[in-house]
Design a protein around this ligand. Sequence first.
Ligand SMILES: Cc1cc2nc3c(=O)[nH]c(=O)nc-3n(C[C@H](O)[C@H](O)[C@H](O)COP(=O)(O)O)c2cc1C
Length: 185
Amino acid sequence: MKLIDSLLERNSARGLIEPFPDSNEMKKIYQAALRAPDHAKLKPARFIQITGQGLNKLSSVFYDFAKNELMIKDESVLQKYKDAPFRAPMIIILVTKHQEHPKVPLIEQKLSTAASAQNILLALESYGYAGIWRTGKFSFNNKLLKYLNLDDNNTILGYLYVGTRDGDKKKISNYSVDEFVSVWE
Ligand SMILES: Cc1cc2nc3c(=O)[nH]c(=O)nc-3n(C[C@H](O)[C@H](O)[C@H](O)COP(=O)(O)O)c2cc1C
């Protein structure tokens, strides 16, 4: 399939099940992620890949963080967070590792990580897999860093839920490009 057709066909899965990409496929997928635009080649994107028992670990992290830092007491809400990581067989945590740079502010480093995330979603589709990008209460919160053994030079940008599409592919939305584009000529 031509790249333009893949771009036009990409969408998020409704749900995700096994199988997920093997280690050789993931190596290629991360290479694609590292091809994202990156001012001054700082390579700010980091990825924490979680499968198997790792999902139980992440589940405990979400539970402890929600209880201790978000001060949530309602057990049904805590249970929802505890269950969240099991919505896919693989999760990739998107992290930006900041560096001080005279020409590259933090926002650019985060934008580069976001571009890496989109490359991952596209690369997943090229192998026949799918993903869902999620954020919510477990993103952009520095208090979560210590639960993931990350230091203060990091930002958690979000989570890519990864696997095989469960059920039909969602219909691709068709937008009228003219609403979004102005042309100067
Ligand atoms: C930065 C970012 C954060 C998102 N966070 C969530 C989220 O927490 N929960 C959710 O259901 N969708 C979230 N989405 C949206 C989905 O990933 C998805 O893009 C959206 O449902 C549209 O579907 P599509 O990708 O098939 O067009 C987020 C998207 C982005 C770019």
